[in-house]
Write a protein that binds this ligand. Structure first.
Ligand code: GLU
Ligand code: ZN
Length: 296
């Protein structure tokens, strides 16, 4: 099979793995193994101010302690700026990306009346102020994608048919920030394609980024991966588990217990007997039965 399935786990090294991020790691690994595919690890460290030095190595150690070994040497997005620049250049050349000099305040002011709520990785709906040229020349420029009108439809392997009108609900979104940092949306799409990723398996909190990523894949002429968004672990406050609401780093001395809890979130039985390798092998079999990889 080999190249017919390539999956990945793409943590941001802003903190060590915890019970929540382990679910995405395990699910993406299980799906790759169940398809006899390859599983890659990519460090999404483009938002450098949020990254904590050393966390990348810690995450790799945590994965190894859990028996989740990448099939290739991991990539660091912070070293891939040239690729992102090339993609932005191609979009700009095609008239699909443009510079924007609006400050956050400008966008907020333009949107104040519309009562738009923000979610993860989601900016305020951009009203297209700079579509015909930067409106405040001389200011630092962000780069935005010219989002075509219309609804994006896609199929999630767990959530079923999904749709979003990106133009209306997000607007022309940022590809490169005014401070020079690459936006998650551009980096993830460029790297998934560059690495030949066929199947994206990640937490459900990222599901609402998918339509934007599809818009970008189409604009760049890239193949679309299949998507599976897995359940989240919730913190004490009912929100997605994070460092802010009580997530602790995984206990490396008890990887099987941590994996068992992650497996349970995925609807698999927790391991009560055997070694780590035996538990992982059983989950691969059970995963194969529940997610029907033969059909997707
Ligand atoms: N780096 C993102 C995160 O840690 C995940 C990106 C993805 O899987 O598409 O939330
Ligand atoms: Zn603007």
């Amino acid at each position: 099979m080999g190249d017919s399935y390539i999956g990945r786990f793409a943590p941001s090294p802003t903190g060590p793995l915890h019970a929540g991020s382990l679910v995405a790691a395990l699910a993406s690994w299980l799906d790759a193994r169940a398809h006899d595919g390859r599983w890659l690890v990519r460090m999404e460290d483009v938002d450098t101010p949020r990254c904590i030095p050393g966390t990348d190595q810690l995450i790799l150690q945590q994965l190894a302690a859990c028996g989740l070994m990448p099939d290739e040497t991991p990539l660091w997005q912070s070293q891939r700026g040239a690729l992102y620049q090339a993609a932005l250049g191609a979009l700009t050349h095609a008239g699909l990306a443009y510079p924007c000099t609006c400050s956050r305040k400008d966008v907020e002011a333009a949107q104040a009346a519309r009562g738009i709520e923000r979610s993860r990785f989601t900016e305020l709906v951009y009203p297209g102020t700079c579509r015909n040229g930067p409106t405040r020349p001389g200011r630092p420029q962000a780069w935005r994608l010219r989002v075509p009108a219309g609804t994006v439809h896609w199929q999630d392997r767990r959530l079923g048919p999904q749709q979003q009108d990106v133009a209306a609900t997000v607007g022309d979104f940022v590809l490169r920030r005014a401070d020079g940092l690459w936006a998650y949306q551009l980096a993830v799409v460029v790297d998934d394609a560059a690495q030949g990723v066929t199947h994206v398996v990640r937490g459900a909190d990222l599901a609402d980024n998918t339509a934007r990523q599809i818009v970008l894949q189409r604009a760049l002429g890239l193949p679309l991966p299949r998507y599976l968004h897995v359940p989240l672990v919730l913190g004490a406050n009912g929100e997605k588990l994070s460092k802010q609401n009580g997530a602790r780093a995984l206990d490396l001395s008890a990887p099987l217990a941590a994996l068992g809890a992650a497996a349970q979130v995925l609807g698999l039985p927790t391991a009560t007997r055997g070694t780590l390798a035996e538990a992982l092998a059983r989950w691969v079999t059970q995963w194969r039965d529940s997610y029907n990889p033969g059909r997707d």
